[in-house]
Design a protein around this ligand. Structure first.
Ligand SMILES: NC(=O)c1ccc[n+]([C@@H]2O[C@H](COP(=O)([O-])OP(=O)(O)OC[C@H]3O[C@@H](n4cnc5c(N)ncnc54)[C@H](OP(=O)(O)O)[C@@H]3O)[C@@H](O)[C@H]2O)c1
Length: 224
């Protein structure tokens, strides 16, 4: 792996160290033509070995993983070995997380969620975070996780959740993998939803066999 921009080290833990907590980073992969999924409709059909390496490195460094319910459903998420925080407005716990060991999966949802009672039964009431009435308050989520001792949070998408994190100014960092492929077709980008305009500052750029891995810092008040 070659460092194109950033500190001259081949130690991934050092390269991806976070400067402080609370810190929320999002990790996403896309093709050169901007597709966030491939032929199977998941990121599993576009990512590659070096993306896997960084994906697992980022998981190993995080105190908690946050994921949107759409991604957890599409990518058949199971328990992660690190606390997994599912974000769902409806309060719907995907199949693969229903039998997770108590405490390993949390749900961030809102009081109007139709699945609230069922989620409390499945996950345990203390694992269900009600953060708002009709929408999940994402800045509050970051604060609540920090209060639990989970200051370093990794979000694994998906595109709608990333858009909302950017719109609410709580994402400190976006890690991107650009794989050297073109796929055309109909695929989401790594952000989906109403427009946002978030300037980014390139902090690190790695290259491995044509794959580009970047650390982009947001200019939001929390990402300065
Ligand atoms: N390329 C990549 O790196 C990458 C990463 C992740 C996912 N993906 C792909 O993206 C696709 C899924 O896209 P997606 O946009 O549907 O994923 P998503 O953002 O994970 O899921 C959307 C769902 O998550 C919940 N959600 C998202 N933002 C929320 C918010 N602010 N408040 C409350 N709930 C929120 C809602 O769940 P409820 O409907 O339950 O209320 C919403 O319907 C899949 O094909 C997946 O493979 C790609």
């Amino acid at each position: 792996m070659r460092v194109l921009v950033g500190p001259d080290t081949d130690d991934l833990a050092e390269l991806y160290a976070v400067p402080r907590t609370p810190w929320l980073r999002v990790n996403m992969v896309a093709t050169v033509d901007g597709a966030a999924t491939g032929e199977t409709g998941t990121s599993g059909s576009i990512n590659n070995a070096v993306d896997h390496q960084v994906f697992h490195q980022l998981r190993a460094m995080a105190d908690a993983i946050v994921v949107g319910a759409g991604t957890a459903r599409a990518e058949a998420y199971g328990p992660a070995g690190t606390p997994l925080v599912l974000v769902s407005r409806r309060g719907d716990v995907p199949e693969g997380l229903r039998d997770a060991p108590r405490g390993s999966v949390l749900l961030a949802t809102c009081s109007a969620a139709e699945g609230l009672d069922a989620a409390r039964d499945l996950l345990g009431p203390e694992q269900v975070l009600v953060l708002g009435s009709h929408r999940v308050d994402l800045p509050l989520l970051k604060q609540v996780l920090a209060d639990r001792g989970w200051g370093h949070v990794l979000c694994e998408g998906g595109p709608h959740l990333l858009r909302d994190l950017l719109a609410s100014g709580v994402a400190d960092e976006l890690c991107t993998t650009v794989v050297p492929r073109l796929v055309a077709g109909e695929h989401p980008r790594i952000t989906q939803g109403p427009p946002v305009d978030v300037p980014l500052r390139l902090h690190l750029l790695l290259e491995a066999e044509g794959t580009l891995l970047g650390r982009w810092l947001t200019a939001s008040p929390m990402g300065q």
